[in-house]
Design a protein around this ligand. Structure first.
Ligand code: SF4
Length: 185
């Protein structure tokens, strides 16, 4: 598929915007592991796809670097104000559903290696099995977080058409499907 076709696929699934980023545009930093450990989101240690259980950040960053390019997409949702936690949670859940839809569409269209990372972790189950120390319920569908792999979302997106902030009373979530081979013929 061409780059344009991948972008179209993401938009057709419901992404607000999407583009292709090359490997050298993806900004990584191991500092995100310390930020995750501060547990601002409350999910640290409570999801198999988030730190620390998802794996060592240096190993994960090295793995990410083996991919050549990524389909970078975003959801933008409206919230009442910057204290609207319920609204942000609802947009986050909507983004998780979008990521699953894109994952299914990518798998149907491409049989090569992909690595799909999404914003804020898996969110596939209402309560991750990690909380009760049980195995992941859907290992084929579970998606790791961008932050777990050290992706600096702000600096990765700043030179693209996808804005990090999209206006007052909005919240924005990102995701990226990484491909291992050039697929722009
Ligand atoms: S699929 Fe469910 S159990 Fe597995 S990582 Fe995601 S939320 Fe946790």
């Amino acid at each position: 598929m061409t780059h344009e076709a991948w972008v179209r696929l993401a938009l057709d699934c419901g992404a607000k915007k999407a583009t292709i980023v090359e490997k050298n545009q993806i900004v990584l930093s191991a500092a995100f592991r310390d930020i995750c450990a501060q547990n601002g989101c409350g999910v640290y240690g409570r999801c198999w796809m988030c730190p620390p259980d998802v794996g060592d950040i240096h190993v994960l960053m090295d793995d990410l670097k083996t991919y050549t390019h990524g389909l970078w997409y975003q959801s933008i949702g409206e919230i009442e104000d910057s204290f609207d936690i319920e609204g942000m949670t609802a947009v986050g859940a909507q983004h998780a559903r979008l990521s699953q839809k894109i994952q299914a569409a990518v798998k149907a269209a491409y049989d090569g290696d992909v690595l799909h990372l999404t914003c804020g972790g898996c969110r596939l189950c209402e309560k991750c099995a990690k909380v009760t120390d049980e195995p992941c319920r859907f290992p084929e569908k579970a998606l790791p977080s961008l932050e777990a792999y050290g992706v600096d979302v702000y600096n990765t997106t700043k030179d693209t058409d996808l804005k990090y902030i999209n206006g007052q009373n909005t919240v924005t979530f990102f995701g990226m499907v990484l491909f291992r081979e050039k697929d722009n013929a």
